[in-house]
Design a protein around this ligand. Sequence first.
Ligand code: NDP
Ligand code: OXD
Length: 312
Amino acid sequence: MTLLFCSNIDNAGLWRDALGRRLPGLSMRVWPDIGGPDGDPDDIDMALVWQPPQGVFAGLSNLRLVMSLGAGVETLLRDPTLPDVPLVRMVSDSLSDDMAGFVALQVLRWHRHSDAFDAAQKAGVWQWLPYRPAREVSVGLLGLGELGSAAARVLTALGYRVLGWSRSPKQLPGVEGFAGADGLAAMLPRCDLLVCLLPLTADTQGILDRDLFARLPAGAVVINAGRGGHLVEADLLDALDRGHLAGASLDVFSEEPLPPAHPFWRHPRVRVSPHSAAATHPSQAVEQVVATVTAFREGRPLANVIDRRRGY
Ligand code: NDP
Ligand code: OXD
């Protein structure tokens, strides 16, 4: 069995070591060396990839399984060379922990005046600012899947009121659930902070737009850790500059890396992070890949397979 590895951010050497220890006999090629010194592309039957270049699967006629190093797979689904084989995405406790931590960090940062205190410290000013008790602050989560539900657990533990929106109705401890268009309309006016943890699909593209912002209460904060394609950037800038939104934390962008001249870099009420809300750490994620490869080898059902009709 031969696995093709392709990622411009994940460390191929670490993955080779981690997989090699657990799957003896597995041969790994690192893109673009699909032939390798001792083989031809027809040997490759599995791929482990993160946002590979479009067309990466062309010529891999024996590919039987594609695994994503990330949780979101929209770029893979757009690739016309992706074969009609199981596409398995990353789900790991560590990824969920990371995302829950990122969401908590951003919620606390805005709720507890972290930026104002940093500025006051720079100015050497002792400046007390009032803030509401967490249990009087409502955080809305768009998406209550692996990452949204992990964020909900941490936010409820911190005392926040948590509201969550999903496609199908969900009942999670401490979370007031909403579903469908009516559910979204009912939830938005109640969100002091809104966090996007949706997959990017035809239905969710551009969901963070002028219309949605208008339905949030004045002074709300938007946190986007889903995908850049969820956000209509001009609409966000307009809502911030009119003072309707108090701020935004953005981890994902339509163009990554965010271009140096982009207004988000210097906007006083936008906080930018470089798609780092949650990461696939080989030490933690290797078990999921090993489980998938093992099940695949043994002909058993695979977990975390993308439903291509839903797009996630
Ligand atoms: P899941 O598939 O586990 O959860 C997706 C959630 O979104 C589900 O609750 C689903 O509803 C809901 N959803 C999907 N479509 C709609 C819709 N049209 N209307 C309402 N709800 C909808 O995904 P994960 O939680 O694992 O990941 C979510 C996304 O986070 C990824 O796709 C990726 O884009 C992003 N991500 C970002 C990272 C970062 O570092 N910034 C890291 C990892 C992921 P239902 O439960 O009913 O199916
Ligand atoms: C992602 C990931 O999908 O990092 O963004 O897993």
